[in-house]
Design a binder for this molecule. Sequence first.
Ligand code: LLP
Length: 432
Amino acid sequence: MSQPSAAFTELPGHPHLAYRNGALMVEAVPAAEPARQFGTPLYVYSRAGIEQAAGAYQAAAQGKPVSLRYAVKANSSLAVLQLLAHLGWGFDIVSGGELARVLAAGGEASKVVFSGVGKLDAEMRAALEAGVQCFNVESQSELRRLSRIAGERGVVAPVSLRINPDVDAKTHPYISTGLKGNKFGIPQGLARTAYTDAALLPNLRVVGIDCHIGSQITQIGPYLDALDRILDLVADIEHHGVKLEHIDLGGGLGIRYADETPPSIAAWMGALLERLAQRGYGHRQVMFEPGRSVVGNAGLLLTEVVTLKSSLERHFAVVDAAMNDLMRPALYQAWQAIVPVQPRDGKHSLRYDVVGPVCESGDWLGRERELDLREGDLLAVLSAGAYGMAMASNYNTRPRAAEVLVDGARVHLIRERENLEHLVAGEQLLVF
Ligand code: LLP
């Protein structure tokens, strides 16, 4: 992938990226162009990439009782949310901040589900005020608090209970959320009591059931296991007189970073809808909250090689993006492809650790990557559209990167680069 010879070379899994005449293109734009115009590190998203991925969900849901709620946490940039709102998507939020972003981007509150294990009183109030579709509640204590807050405002809060189905999602332990040892959800064994309690609370209206077992799941099996357990509970809960309108099955599929082979969205959603139908719930409203698979492979991070250096044992390419810009490699030992923007002939290829300037040895973007590099070269870290910018920080007082959205031959700046003024805004010196 790193040394294309043909005039046009596709990048598998990245339909809106290709090498044309020796230059990496994002749609019709040479990747080097926005880097020159806006500097690096720079996040670049393909509008067609996002729309194609979103379209795969929409096509699979077509004519079915399915609601799509994009998980804002994956990429919460306003223009990205605006694109999805424009396509008719609703949103899955986990904070008052995400709610404010959705509303600012033109999203409809009536299509917002509010997830999260520790919602604050003020966030609950803001969500009630906005009129969200439902709260995905994670404990009995949260049920009581939400009922009280809704009561104070004289409204009724729609609730869905997040159940922890104790299913192994077979993903990285940090992003596995549906095991009984995880902090998330209401244990299956307490579900019926939680529902009958919720039904008695004066300012709640029970509307659904919810689960989320983890992220970057590349098999259908764990989803089917979770669904089976949820449907067992639905039968039990409804038998005890609480009617559920919708079933929310959590996030979307994992994506291809390296050699993963997730099923198609159509096959995955089809299998889940088929199981629902087999078990007599074919007409029930179903919700999905995909994040990663909508934006992940539609984005990349451009970075410039600052210094090449070698120790006795290793070769390092120090680049101007770091763990504060893209945290996934440092946090989860995640592998993301790193490719040259203008590939050389490969005659001086070395096996590089691609590292950032942050003062931690864990600050790497990729290890042992075969690359032919000179200082000043541009690299692209692929599959960076999800959980990239959204997890960026200012560690080492590094301004966060700019973001652009490519649309055909056009480049839109959707977030300007932070400057030092942004970084110290709100700080105060002591008065001696
Ligand atoms: N719904 C809920 C309640 C979630 O907690 C998540 C992700 C999603 C939906 C979206 O799941 P997806 O479709 O993206 O798999 N920072 C990590 C991923 C954390 C995911 C947390 N929850 C990473 O970079 O791999």
